[in-house]
Design a protein around this ligand. Structure first.
Ligand code: DAH
Length: 335
C-alpha cells in the first residue's frame, strides 16, 4: 500500500502540471480526492490491517491528501490569475431575457397593497388535507359545494387544494384572533381546459378578524385595495353569493374599468365586472378554529389572481399563462 501511495503521488504530480483549464482541474480533483478515488479505496480497506501498519498507512494517506488538496488549490489560483475574459462591447444584447409572469406581477402588487394595510402574507401547502380544504370551512362531505370543486385526490387520501381558503383556517389555528392575513397561491381543479378554464390557477385569500368587524369594513377595505391595484378610484357593488364558510356571502363587482359602466364587450354590456367573492366569516368556521364568535367577527375574500392578470393585461386565453411558451409570454414583458 505504501508503494502504491508513492506511485499515486508521482502520477498526480505528472498529471497536474499538464492541466490547462478549470474543467480539467475538476476532473483531476475528483480522480484523486473523490469518493471513488483510489486513495479513498485504500483508506476504507485499511480496517483490515494490523494496528501498527494501519497507523502508518493512515498517516501517509492523510499526508498525500493534504498535499494534493494544496496543489489543486495552487493550480486553481494559477489558472484563475491567468484567465482573461474577452468582452465584445459591440455584441447585440440578448433580447431573450426572462420576465416575470403576469400572475406573479399582479400577485405582488396585491400583496404590496395589503401589507401597507397591515396584512401579513402567509402561505399554505398545495397538497392539503380534507379537513382544511373542506370540513373546517363548513363544507362537510355530504355538502353539494364539494361537487362544485372537482377535486384531485392523492392515493394517500390527501388532495390538491381547490382554493386558497384553507390558508384562512391554518392562519386562525396558528395565530388566533385578531388576525389580518393574505395568502396568494396555486390551486387545482379537475376542469376541462378551454380559453376560460384551467386546471391550475392562482387565487389570493384575505381574512380580517377582530372585534366589531362589519360589512362596511369589508366594503371599505375591498374598495381601497382595488383602487390601489387599478391605479384609480373604483366603484364596487355587492351581490348576494353563496359560500358555505361565509354568512352573508357576496360577489363583489367593480364598475367596468374599460367603459366606466356604460356597457362594452368586456363587461358583456352589464357595466360591471365580477371580481372577488367575499363575505362575513361564518360563526361555525370561527368556532371550529377556536375563535369565539361572540367576541370576534371577520370578513374574508378570495381574489382570482389569474382572472385579475387576464383583466389587467387583456389576456383572452387563460391557457397562455401556463403554457411555458416564451414567445407568447414575452408579449407581457412588462418588467
Ligand atoms: N374559496 C372560494 C372559491 O374558490 C372563493 C371565496 C369565496 C373565498 C368567498 C372567500 C370567500 O374567502 O369569503 O370558490
Amino acid at each position: 500500500m505504501k508503494d502504491e501511495l508513492l506511485k499515486l503521488k508521482k502520477q498526480f504530480i505528472e498529471e497536474i502540471v499538464s492541466v490547462r483549464n478549470l474543467e480539467e482541474l475538476t476532473l483531476i480533483k475528483s480522480k484523486y480526492l473523490g469518493k471513488k478515488s483510489r486513495i479513498s479505496e485504500i483508506m476504507s480497506s485499511m480496517k483490515k490491517l494490523p494496528i501498527e501498519e494501519k497507523r502508518e498507512v493512515g498517516a501517509l494517506c492523510n499526508k498525500l491528501k493534504n498535499e494534493i488538496t494544496q496543489k489543486v488549490k495552487e493550480k486553481n489560483e494559477e489558472l484563475i490569475s491567468k484567465s482573461t475574459f474577452d468582452f465584445d462591447l459591440t455584441m447585440p444584447i440578448n433580447k431573450n431575457r426572462g420576465s416575470l409572469s403576469p400572475i406573479t406581477i399582479v400577485g405582488k402588487e396585491v400583496c404590496d397593497v395589503l401589507q401597507k394595510l397591515g396584512f401579513t402574507i402567509v402561505s399554505g401547502p398545495e397538497i392539503e388535507d380534507e379537513y382544511h380544504n373542506f370540513d373546517a370551512l363548513n363544507i362537510p362531505s355530504t355538502h353539494p359545494a364539494r361537487d362544485m370543486q372537482d377535486t384531485y385526490w392523492t392515493n394517500s387520501g390527501k388532495l390538491l387544494r381547490t382554493h386558497t381558503s384553507p390558508c384562512q383556517v391554518r392562519a386562525m389555528e396558528k395565530y388566533g384572533a385578531p388576525l389580518r392575513i393574505a395568502a396568494p397561491g396555486r390551486c387545482f381543479r379537475n376542469e376541462d381546459i378551454d380559453a376560460c378554464h384551467e386546471n391550475t390557477f392562482f387565487q389570493l385569500e384575505g381574512m380580517v378578524i377582530d372585534k366589531n368587524v362589519s360589512i362596511s369594513n369589508l366594503l371599505y377595505v375591498m374598495k381601497g385595495i382595488l383602487s390601489e391595484i387599478f391605479g384609480k378610484v373604483v366603484e364596487v357593488r355587492l351581490r348576494p353569493g353563496y359560500f358555505p364558510f361565509v354568512e352573508p356571502g357576496f360577489e363583489l363587482d367593480v364598475k367596468c374599468l374599460i367603459c366606466n359602466g356604460k356597457g362594452c364587450p368586456t363587461c358583456k354590456d352589464s357595466g360591471w365586472l365580477e371580481l372577488c367573492p367575499c363575505g362575513m366569516v361564518h360563526p361555525k368556521v370561527l368556532k371550529m378554529s377556536n375563535i369565539d364568535p361572540n367576541i370576534y367577527s371577520g370578513f374574508a375574500f378570495g381574489i382570482g389572481l389569474t382572472r385579475l392578470a387576464m383583466m389587467k393585461y387583456h389576456i383572452n386565453d387563460i391557457r397562455i399563462l401556463n403554457s411555458c411558451d416564451l414567445e407568447e409570454l414575452s408579449q407581457f414583458d412588462i418588467m
